[in-house]
Design a protein around this ligand. Structure first.
Ligand SMILES: Cc1cc2nc3c(=O)[nH]c(=O)nc-3n(C[C@H](O)[C@H](O)[C@H](O)COP(=O)(O)OP(=O)(O)OC[C@H]3O[C@@H](n4cnc5c(N)ncnc54)[C@H](O)[C@@H]3O)c2cc1C
Length: 810
């Protein structure tokens, strides 16, 4: 009976926790339990009295809100205030910026998958689609990337002009100011297509549309500033850049030493103009060598109190025409053989009037907040798009090259070792495109998803690095020897640029994704922190009490859910679809519960030191990230209409990501400093051990085969990239060679047979074709087919060679 009783108690506790019972639910259960045990075991006398008194005290203290707040929540609030990590103002503004979106669901332990699938299928408007299909295609076709990156180290003048004339610089600017007013999805589609042709063009176009003068003016500019600049920016009459980074302030951009000191000076012949004496030294600034309008971040000081009592007024942003006396621009850096304009800028005692401050005087000191608020939208678009565009180019060309290039009488892509690389390429690109689209569409829904933009930026650029590395290996020497016919090497060289900018990746993974997510996307932590900082003590306690007990119930629920779903592998969990995706939703819900509980335990046990425990934070961020990538992938599959042919890509990418989730959890548990907590977490999250497996070889084979086979699945995988049709172009020739190879293989097989039987004696391939034609083994049409096939194959196999005098760049 005792055993049954214990089992019943455990079951009731688990049910209460699972369904997140209220405090009174728990108390009522405790009362029933005590009454039941007392009756069953005939407890009476002093023992019963003591039990009833204890229970009464618990009910009084926990059940009466006033008592609970006074005696328990108040005490915990005091301890909480002590362990709260010190957060600087710049960190706080970064934490506060942007919105919580699907990351909130993933942090909830119970994502609402139906909500995800109910988001409208992302689509371009007719006008946007036409711009992608026409102007963007035209721009791609105008670019010879070798000429751009090697010969002239710049885009040719006609390309610059085309970019300006067609409005590429004004994609985010509203039509009323002469811009294109495109959606984030369209902006992303344009950048992705350009990146599949030329990183230089993609970066040149994306920077004016990302965090910079136009975006800042749109949100914070005064009417005069908007009227003065937006039209000119949209038409490319002004070329903008934005300068935050300097030699001594890189990742820690809030520590910029650049200054603007309030003073009076002479401006445009006028004396005693109230303005700023500016001094700055910035580097790595994209477009600065050719910019006409320099956006700049600096710290504003008012030592003579010309504007007010405060001397140090904080980070402020200004727009300075680069022809202002004293502004230095023009010199160039040379970032990894890219030819986009990038360089340093400096200024010594440059006088500017106060009207140059973005948003005018009332925005003094708000620069960091302005930057952080605008960061998420741009970060959701530019890097995910450019990384995905380059990865699509790698995927399409790798599939084709793997099929056309033969060694040991076999297409190299059919060797199992190469298949592994092709499978990774396919799975990664499928997931990257899903992530690109979902993240951009979140911006179109009005979100500024700060954590999700960091996830998309980090994982698209990292996966792009993996894809391009695999593509390079698959291409062998063809990828290595540079020249006009090498379509991969520049992408390979330039991938670390995307990794470094807009928050270098190591920092993004280690500090931002989980660090910011845990505060922003967690349903209770931000409320607790806000309450702890509230100077109104009464309200603080009220808010903290509500958040704290909600948090406790949330945490207990996730612990039990993680255990139960760990035992069932998520089976039985509600999912919005049937096979073949149902199990993925169930497993993700399981991991979401485990993640939410692990996050709570990490914050409870490590407190403020979690900020320094970057390896733990990074791995928890990996779990969150992979769950987001999986969400995007499942949504993509539904939005694409559940194409049967895409199943290998879906399965490979989902199974790979679920395996990565398991390994990231394992990394947290192996290294968690508190071993007891680690033991508990492992029992709850993996009660039956680790079960997830990486994608099988057979699945990888299916993905690789798809990449080497022209068809709808391959086209969907690389949708939106620029595919040249001109056979003089290296990629165009490769496309043609793939089709030709497949068409010619049966004829080539018959020639091989004839050779074996001694009917053909020529050794050279072209001579053999001619001989077979003469002997009537093949007809004249087949002769032509085989000759063209040989020419195409030769074109794609050959690499560029140079007269030594030609090699030094012009
Ligand atoms: C080609 C290019 C274009 C750029 N364009 C612009 C532009 O237009 N405007 C502009 O203002 N800036 C621009 N940047 C600057 C870019 O944003 C910075 O390079 C970036 O912020 C990193 O700074 P850093 O290079 O000084 O690296 P550092 O800050 O020196 O970082 C070095 C390494 O340390 C890591 N790290 C630093 N702090 C932490 C931490 N707390 N935890 C974990 N890891 C950490 C970083 O991840 C990085 O891996 C550009 C840079 C490049 C290379």
């Amino acid at each position: 009976m005792t055993v049954l009783m214990v089992l019943a108690v455990i079951t009731v506790i688990m049910l209460l926790a699972f369904f997140r019972a209220s405090i009174w639910g728990w108390l009522l259960a405790a009362i029933v339990l005590v009454a039941g045990v007392s009756m069953l075991y005939s407890i009476s006398g002093d023992a019963l009295t003591a039990t009833v008194i204890t229970l009464g005290v618990v009910v009084l203290v926990m059940g009466v809100p006033f008592m609970r707040r006074l005696l328990i929540s108040n005490f915990i609030l005091k301890v909480f205030r002590k362990i709260l990590p010190q957060v600087s103002q710049t960190e706080q503004e970064a934490l506060d910026a942007g919105t919580v979106w699907w990351d909130g669901e993933l942090f909830s332990g119970h994502p609402n998958w139906r909500k995800l699938l109910a988001y409208a299928r992302p689509a371009l408007s007719a006008e946007e689609q036409s711009f992608v299909d026409n102007e963007t295609e035209q721009l791609c076709a105008m670019i010879d990337d070798w000429d751009v990156t090697h010969v002239r180290q710049d885009l040719p003048p006609q390309v610059w002009q085309f970019i300006k004339d067609k409005g590429f610089f004004g994609m985010i600017i509203p039509k009323e100011y002469g811009g294109l007013q495109f959606s984030a999805l369209a902006h992303s589609a344009v950048v992705a297509k350009l990146a599949s042709r030329s990183a230089t063009a993609a970066v040149t176009v994306m920077v004016p549309n990302s965090l910079g003068p136009a975006e800042l003016l749109l949100h914070y500019g005064t009417k005069e500033q908007k009227d003065k600049y937006l039209n000119r920016l949209a038409k490319g009459l002004e070329v903008p850049c934005f300068a935050l980074t300097g030699p001594f302030a890189g990742s820690d951009a809030g520590s910029i030493p650049d200054t603007g000191v309030v003073c009076k000076g002479e401006f445009n012949g006028q004396k005693d103009v109230l303005g700023l004496r500016m001094n700055w030294e910035k580097r790595y600034i994209t477009l600065s060598p050719v910019a006409t309008l320099l956006g700049i971040a600096f710290k504003l000081y008012d030592p003579d109190h010309l504007l007010g009592a405060e001397e140090a007024r904080g980070i402020t942003l200004a727009l300075i025409p680069t022809n202002t006396p004293g502004v230095k621009t023009g010199r160039r850096h040379f970032p990894l053989n890219s030819a986009f304009q990038n360089g340093p800028t400096s200024g010594t005692d440059v006088f500017i009037p106060l009207e140059y401050i973005i948003g005018g005087q009332e925005r003094i000191g708000q620069g960091w907040r302005m930057l952080m608020e605008c960061l998420a939208a741009g970060r959701s678009i530019s890097l995910p798009a450019s990384a995905t565009g380059a990865a699509k180019l790698s995927a399409r060309t790798s599939g084709a090259y793997g099929r056309v290039r033969k060694q040991f009488k076999m297409p190299v892509g059919k060797f199992e070792g190469v298949e592994e690389a092709l499978a990774r390429i396919g799975g990664n690109v499928y997931m990257m495109e899903a992530t690109r689209v979902l993240t951009a569409s979140a911006v179109d829904m009005g979100e500024k998803p700060s954590v999700i933009s960091a996830i998309a930026k980090y994982h698209c650029t990292e996966r792009s690095r993996s894809v391009i590395n695999d593509a390079m290996d698959l291409h062998g020497g063809k990828g290595i020897c540079m020249g006009p016919d090498n379509y991969l090497a520049r992408a390979y060289q330039q991938i670390p640029i995307g990794i470094t900018v807009e928050g270098a990746n190591i920092l993004t993974r280690s500090l931002i994704i989980f660090g910011q997510g845990a505060v922003r996307a967690h349903p209770y932590v931000l409320r607790e922190i806000k309450a702890a900082h509230n100077p109104d003590k009464k309200q603080a306690l009220l808010d903290f009490d509500a958040a704290l007990w909600g948090h406790v119930s949330f945490s207990m629920s996730n612990a039990v859910r993680a255990l139960v779903f760990g035992l069932t592998g998520g089976r039985g969990v509600d999912a919005p679809t049937e096979a073949p995706t149902r199990r993925y939703y169930q497993q993700l819900t399981r991991y979401s519960s485990g993640f939410a509980f692990a996050a709570d335990v990490a914050m409870l046990v490590l407190g403020g030191s979690l900020k320094r425990r970057e390896k733990i934070s990074a791995r928890l961020g990996d779990v969150l990230s992979q769950m987001y990538l999986c969400s995007a992938t499942l949504k993509r599959f539904e939005d694409d209409g559940r194409p049967e042919a895409d199943l290998p890509l879906l399965h490979w990418s989902m199974q790979d990501a679920l395996f990565r989730i398991q390994e990231a959890f394992d990394g947290v548990l192996q290294n968690f400093p508190n071993r007891l907590a680690a033991w508990l977490l492992r029992r709850l999250i993996f009660p039956l051990g680790k079960g997830a497996m990486p994608p099988s070889d057979a699945l990888g084979h299916q993905v690789a085969t798809m990449l080497m086979q022209p068809g709808s699945a391959r086209d969907r995988l690389t949708v939106g990239m620029h595919i040249p049709r001109d056979e003089k172009d290296a990629v165009g020739a490769l496309e043609a060679a793939l089709l030709s190879t497949l068409k010619c293989e049966p004829v080539q097989a018959s020639l091989a047979k004839a050779r074996k039987e001694g009917k053909l004696t020529s050794r050279d391939e072209l001579e053999q074709i001619a001989e077979a034609g003469k002997l009537g083994l093949i007809n004249s049409e087949q002769v032509q087919l085989l000759q063209r096939d040989y020419a195409l194959r030769r074109k794609i196999i050959m690499v560029d060679d140079f007269d030594p005098a030609q090699l030094p760049a012009g």
